[in-house]
Design a protein around this ligand. Structure first.
Ligand code: NAI
Ligand code: AKG
Length: 503
């Protein structure tokens, strides 16, 4: 399947592509991203961002070094029986625990052919900073297995996932109090369920075993709202930006999401929900890019409809509600108000940054912008809401899930009916005293008691708004961009934790 993507485009695709909104001839997008290495590794880029922010603080060098250094890393190789002849295939995986300043450490598990040690370390470091920015009391971690999940059956993936989980259990790199994984690219609730099952089998008497992982199916202790959380958090950040006079002045945009032209790259868990919430709020999602081509419609596409088509066909080719473009990365350059990269790191880089026309970039992916690209776009007035803030909704709701698992009760169970009857009584009193009758709809609206999903989404919105404001205030106070400000916020919080406790 992948080899098709690296073949030269057929003539018909090239000629169709010439009439494209970017105005250049499309090329196929290599997979995985090839740009981050041309501008240093992803890990070196995260270090560059960290160093810039650290330079704006007064913490001692040794302390800053401790914050930056990855605390623990495990590399595992494990055999799994594959295929009809039951031969073994050896898989390679990693788990990095970047910072133990708070426990457990937290971060997703990625399945991708591009996974390697430096990528996992970079992603783990981002998790430390991200958790600090949104006041989630965890250290940062990340795991990954080098494989393309598209090449394996569900049964094979189950065997691989359980073997990887067992390898992490053997090394003490997964447990409710030490290290709690979650989904990332290429994994989702299904994989999290398999991992929980493996952990429970290893520790059958651990009453808190379900808290060893988040992003699980709701039927097995997961929380309502985790699947949508990262995309919804991206949306909350954008919404906040678009009602902040400082941002509007900087970007020249009018307030509110309605009517804004949005381009999304990566139509998986995060990209799909980010697009869906923007569309629901009245934005026009004018382009959606996947690794094997994109869909473009100046009047906007309906993300639900496009997702259904993509899920069935594994491509946008043939989707009639927009123009098919046989590329991905060039779509980032389309004229739009808001760009949401939700795929890989390094997609906005020194080679394309000058051509980015979006006024706001909301980094749903981890590390989509290289430092060189950031410098170019800053000069061009692009307002970037950085990954460690913009995509922190996922880990925020993971935190809620972990708390739910430790309390062994769903949020709202004790309060929902109590609240409903209290408000219903109030409405009845108001009706009596005002001698009016409220409609059933009005009654419901007032007296509805919040259930788990409403509480989760409310906690998520509060977190994203508060964190956005804190980062923006820091950015203004330090006269720096939002990314450096977010790193300053993170570094300060981690540093203060160390200083309070002693190293
Ligand atoms: N799942 C989560 O809760 C969180 C994910 N993230 C980040 O968001 C990004 C996306 O993650 P998920 O949506 O969970 O992964 P996913 O696996 O659900 O979806 C990723 C999508 O991107 C597509 N893709 C891959 N390469 C591409 C390319 N070159 N161009 C366009 N599309 C491409 C894939 O085909 C897939 O549909 C990653 O950077 C991840 O680290 C960040 C925070 C939390
Ligand atoms: O939900 C989590 O614990 C981590 C999500 C994640 O991997 C990320 O934010 O990059």
């Amino acid at each position: 399947m992948l080899s098709n993507l690296t073949k030269p485009l057929s003539r018909s695709l090239v000629s169709k592509a010439n009439a494209n909104p970017v105005g250049r001839r499309f090329k196929s997008t290599p997979f995985p991203s090839d740009h981050s290495n041309a501008e240093g590794t992803f890990l070196s880029q995260v270090k560059e961002y960290f160093d810039k922010a650290a330079g704006l603080t007064d913490y001692p060098q040794g302390l800053l070094k401790q914050i930056e250094t990855c605390s623990a890393m495990v590399e595992v190789s494990f055999p799994v029986k594959m295929g009809d002849n039951h031969d073994y295939q050896i898989f390679h995986g990693w788990r990095a625990e970047h910072s133990h300043h708070r426990l457990p450490t937290k971060g997703g598990i990625r399945y991708s052919e591009a996974v390697d040690e430096q990528e996992i370390k970079a992603l783990a470091a981002l998790m430390t900073y991200k958790c600090a920015v949104v006041d989630v009391p965890f250290g940062g971690a990340k795991g990954g297995v080098k494989l393309d999940p598209k090449k394996y059956t569900a049964n094979e993936l189950e065997a691989i996932t359980k073997a990887y989980a067992q390898a992490l259990i053997d090394k003490n790199f997964i447990s409710p109090g030490l290290d709690v994984p979650a989904p990332d690219m290429g994994t989702g609730p299904r994989e999290m369920g398999w991992i929980m099952q493996t952990y429970k089998a290893a520790y059958p008497s651990n009453i808190d075993a379900a808290a060893c992982i988040t992003g699980k199916p709701v039927s097995h202790g997961g929380i309502r709202g985790r699947t949508t959380a990262t995309g919804l958090g991206v949306f909350f950040c954008l919404k906040e930006a678009l009602r902040t006079p400082y941002v509007l002045e900087k970007t020249g945009l009018t307030g509110g999401i309605e009517g804004k032209k949005v381009v999304v790259q990566g139509f998986g868990n995060v990209g799909f929900y980010a697009a869906k919430f923007c569309h629901k709020a009245g934005a026009k999602v004018i382009a959606i890019a996947e690794y094997n081509g994109s869909v473009y419609n100046e009047n906007g596409v309906d993300p639900d409809d496009a997702f259904e088509f993509f899920r069935k066909n594994k491509t946008f080719d043939g989707y009639t509600k927009g123009k098919f473009l046989p590329t991905s990365r060039e779509v980032l350059e389309i004229n739009c108000d808001v760009l949401i990269p939700a795929a890989l790191e390094g997609e906005v880089n020194a080679q394309n940054a000058e051509r980015i026309k979006a006024k706001i970039i909301v980094e749903a992916a981890n590390g989509p912008t290289t430092p060189k690209a950031e410098a170019i776009m800053e000069k061009n007035g692009v307002f970037v809401i950085p990954d460690l803030l913009a995509n922190a909704g996922g880990v925020t709701v993971s935190y809620f899930e972990w708390l739910k698992n430790l309390s062994h009760m769903r949020f709202g169970r004790m309060t929902k009916r109590y609240e409903e009857s209290k408000w219903a009584n109030l409405v009845t009193s108001l009706e009596k005293s005002s001698k009016t009758t409220w409609s059933e709809e009005e009654r419901k609206l007032i007296s509805y008691g919040a259930g788990e999903e409403e509480l989760v989404n409310s906690g998520l919105e509060e977190t994203m708004i508060t964190s956005f404001k804190e980062v923006l205030d820091t950015s203004i106070a330090k006269k720096t961009n939002m990314r450096t400000a977010a790193y300053v916020v993170a570094v300060s919080k981690v540093a203060n934790t160390y200083l309070d406790l002693g190293l």
